[in-house]
Design a protein around this ligand. Structure first.
Ligand SMILES: *[C@@H]1O[C@H](CO)[C@@H](O)[C@H](O)[C@H]1NC(C)=O
Length: 422
């Protein structure tokens, strides 16, 4: 049963995929041509990386003969003196640990009741991810629909080389990370992202299991809704969702992207990627989606399907804004203000009740099973530890700011005053 727990999540097996592997090999070849054109100094790393990818593809990926270490050789220590120039934030340089902590604890500037615009940007494309039923591609987490876009991203991410001046700005994978959950009594649509308190929220409100679980164990499908007023169910039908986006109270919870990135990195190390393929935070921050690419190119790296790794390293705003940059939701709560914002959401929900529906009541959300004082002490220690990852690095704040730029910009995440220094 454990494998059904993760969002969308079967996928512990690795079926052989001759067609997929052939495509990857082709892209690896193209990528190595691109590598040859790059600056001479970085060429050898680049070739080694794509060589590893070809090797992985040629061996069918899943065989024990493919040693992760061999291919990871491409990820030799980058030369820090050659940074990209185009997208730097000087105000993020040289901050004290205390300033870093304030920065990564700051909640989003955009929150609460917002004006709902249109459907999420690239709506049909996003839906293709949820609705593709081809068993093989689904297992890999690569909908057929994505095809070339996926391979292009893969080749670029796998051979990414920051020291050659490449930017991570547009190297997010095309796989959108969100999932949709609806309750029909209170007319709610919850757009759920990873590492944004989703478990607390859905446990508190009440949520059914995923449909594939429910089809196998119908009796325990709605167990987590027992005693709850709300019972969220997973929705993947594009037409139905289109309707719910217009008619229901659509909400999501968002989190400071710097803190979320650290949380993702920890989580993926615990559950998604084997130790020899793990990277120090500073290195990972150069290109978070590279873990997904690594997992696909070097199968021995993965504990989960590679789509799972991608889902945990993607921006949180992809499904929350329309193509004009307007919110696609009615309400944005903040993980940093979970209880207060949940109460604000409950007020909004209760202001829109259908006749005869009792007002919704939600208590405090669960976080740690600890006494409050212990919890607060532990929280403070965790924040000191978290902030060191960024304060100890001259590049991580910038790299995460750059990769998750959509989250920072759309959610109006506070930045330090320009020229502030430490
Ligand atoms: C940051 O650097 C300090 C001093 O070198 C070290 O004690 C600490 O463990 C480092 N923290 C992290 C999270 O790397």
């Amino acid at each position: 049963m454990a494998h059904v727990k993760g969002q969308g999540g079967v996928g512990l097996r690795w079926p052989r995929q001759p067609r997929l592997v052939a495509c990857l090999a082709a892209w690896a070849f193209l990528a190595s041509l691109v590598c040859l054109q790059r600056s001479g100094s970085a060429g050898s790393d680049c070739q080694r990386a794509s060589g590893g990818m070809q090797e992985a593809a040629a061996s069918g990926g899943g065989t024990a003969a493919t040693q992760p270490q061999g291919s990871v050789a491409g990820s030799a220590q980058p030369h820090r003196q050659q940074q990209q120039a185009a997208d730097e934030w000087p105000e993020l340089r040289g901050l004290s640990r205390e300033k870093v902590e304030a920065l990564i604890r700051a909640p989003a500037g955009l929150h609460g009741r917002v004006h709902k615009g249109g459907l999420p940007a690239n709506y049909m494309f996003m839906m293709a991810h949820l609705t593709d039923t081809d068993a093989h591609t689904r297992e890999e987490g690569i909908p057929r629909f994505f095809g070339p876009m996926m391979y292009q991203w893969f080749a670029k991410a796998f051979t990414f080389d920051k020291t050659a001046g490449q930017s991570n700005r547009d190297l997010q994978s095309p796989v959108p990370a969100c999932h949709f959950w609806a309750d029909h009594k209170y007319k709610l649509l919850y757009v759920r992202n990873f590492k944004t308190a989703g478990t607390s929220i859905s446990l508190t409100l009440g949520q059914k299991e995923l449909p594939m679980y429910c089809s196998v164990w119908p009796d325990s499908c709605a167990k987590k809704c027992e005693g709850k007023q709300v019972c969220l169910e997973n929705v993947i039908d594009p037409d139905k969702l289109r309707q719910l986006f217009q008619q229901y109270t659509v909400f999501s919870f968002v989190r400071n992207p710097w803190a979320r990135a650290l949380s993702s990195w920890h989580h993926v190390h615990k559950l998604g990627i084997h130790a020899p393929c793990q990277e120090p935070f500073e290195r990972w921050a150069e290109l978070p989606s590279r873990y997904g690419a690594k997992c696909l190119g070097i199968r021995n790296c993965c504990k989960r399907r590679f789509g799972w790794l991608l889902e945990h390293t993607e921006p949180q705003t992809t499904c929350l804004f329309d193509d004009q940059g307007q919110p696609a939701v009615d309400f944005l709560g903040r993980v940093e203000n979970l209880d207060e914002d949940m109460q604000e959401l409950v007020q909004l929900i209760n202001s829109r009740l259908d006749a005869g529906v009792e007002p919704l009541k939600v208590g405090e959300l669960p976080r740690f099973q600890l006494a409050r004082q212990d919890m607060e002490d532990q929280e403070e220690a965790r924040w000191r530890y978290y902030s060191e990852f960024y304060a100890n690095s001259s590049t991580a704040l910038q790299d995460i700011r750059n990769y998750f730029h959509a989250d920072f910009d759309l959610l109006k995440v506070p930045m330090p005053a320009a020229g502030g220094g430490s």
